[in-house]
Ligand binder design. Structure first.
Ligand code: GLA
Length: 384
């Protein structure tokens, strides 16, 4: 990312220069809504993200300039404030400060300027990138990097829970902090064990298509999580040992089916299906069987659309279009309710697919979708 403008604006605003840090957004090949159910996810960091320039100011004040915010781009708070700032974007940074302090880090005031090239509301975790870049930078500046990377990811997640109203899982912050160039990461969200999988399928491309329907996760996301928790509570009462849906199976779910609403049942069933799909994809990847990977991606999409109900007509249309063009795999990516589809596309159908998707989507919905070809990049880091 070119940081020239960031540097210039920082100097203009604060009269000094500081250090530069970057954290990426993420993709996720498969394993959607499984993270807060103790399951597996398969994310990777991208080459787009959030960059900051930051400098200790020797006071208790935090002065923030968000280059990409049209309204209220400048916010100040102090480290002693107990209530969060009014501007939603600044709550992420306020939250990270508070959560780092809970980890025993003594912060001092700082000035920071923020910019990014990961599209907001596109399901690529721009908010996790923002949390991670501040967690990483402040840990480096005020604690000599003492807080380990998992804790940094958890600090971002706790910020979402406690200051932004989203009861998210760990996937986004984990991918942003732990990303590695050219690799997807299989993370077991229960044990937090993870493994890097080099991902460069010969003859295929990964491409994101942005429906341009902006999503912001909130109540609807939290409701999905509550559905899963209801199913867990019933199965745990019946069978014991069910802490998350990771511990459940179809027979257990059927036993409690009558006590669940139709929505809650279908959501829990989707999670059990998705658990199996992730394992099937792991095996297929090991064998280089991308056709099976793609098939599972489609299955995930229709599960997310019809059972977990986090899709929308625009996303369904993009996935249908992919299918018609012979795309290997396609599905909504991330929390849902808008944002991008992720597509595994053979080189031979790539051009045809992209031009058809743009044309047909514009015809039906009146706007041209943005296309991002995926480059898998590194996680949080200091820039030179
Ligand atoms: C959002 C959340 C993640 C995860 C995904 C769905 O991105 O932040 O924790 O639950 O949705 O897989």
């Amino acid at each position: 990312m070119d940081t020239t403008i960031l540097r210039n604006r920082f100097r203009q605003q604060f009269g000094t220069s500081g250090d530069l840090y970057f954290s990426p957004g993420r993709i996720n090949l498969i394993g959607e809504h499984t993270d807060y159910n103790g399951g597996f996810v398969f994310p990777g960091a991208v080459d787009k993200g959030v960059a900051i320039e930051i400098y200790r100011n020797g006071s208790r004040k935090v002065c923030l300039l968000a280059l990409d915010q049209k309204e209220h781009p400048y916010v100040e708070f102090t480290l002693d404030d107990t209530s969060k700032p009014e501007e939603h974007w600044a709550c992420y940074i306020f939250g990270v400060c508070k959560e780092l302090e809970k980890h025993g880090v003594t912060l001092g005031g700082f000035n920071a300027a923020i910019t990014g090239d990961v599209p907001a509301g596109a399901g690529m975790s721009s908010s996790a990138a923002l949390e991670s870049v501040f967690a990483f930078a402040l840990n480096t500046m005020f604690a000599d990097g003492r807080v380990d990377k998992f804790e940094l990811a958890k600090i971002g997640q706790a910020t979402e829970h406690n200051y932004c109203g989203v009861k998210c899982g760990i996937m986004d912050q984990f991918a942003s902090v732990f990303g590695r160039q050219g690799c997807l990461i299989r993370l077991d969200c229960r044990s937090l064990e993870y493994e890097y999988f080099p991902f460069d399928p010969e003859g295929y491309k990964l491409v994101l298509i942005n429906s341009m329907v902006k999503h912001s996760l909130g109540n609807e996301y939290n409701e999905r999580r509550e559905s899963c928790e209801k199913a867990v509570a019933l199965m745990n009462r019946e069978f014991g040992g069910v802490e998350t849906l990771r511990d459940a199976n179809y027979q257990m779910l059927d036993t409690v089916k009558a006590q669940l609403s139709k929505d809650d049942y279908l959501r829990a069933k989707y999670i059990l299906d998705e658990k199996e799909r992730v394992m099937a994809v792991c095996e297929a990847l090991e064998e280089g069987d991308y056709e099976t990977v793609g098939k599972k991606m489609y299955e995930t999409h229709w599960g997310l659309s019809r059972e977990y109900t986090v899709s929308c007509p625009e996303l369904d249309f993009l996935v249908e279009t992919a299918k018609q063009c012979g795309v290997t795999g396609s599905r909504v990516m991330g929390g849902g309710f808008g944002g991008c589809t992720i597509n595994l596309v053979r080189d031979t159908v790539y051009d045809k697919f992209i031009s058809k998707a743009k044309r047909e989507y514009a015809r039906k919905f009146g706007r041209v979708p943005d296309i991002y070809s995926v480059t898998i990049g590194d996680g949080s880091r200091k820039l030179q």
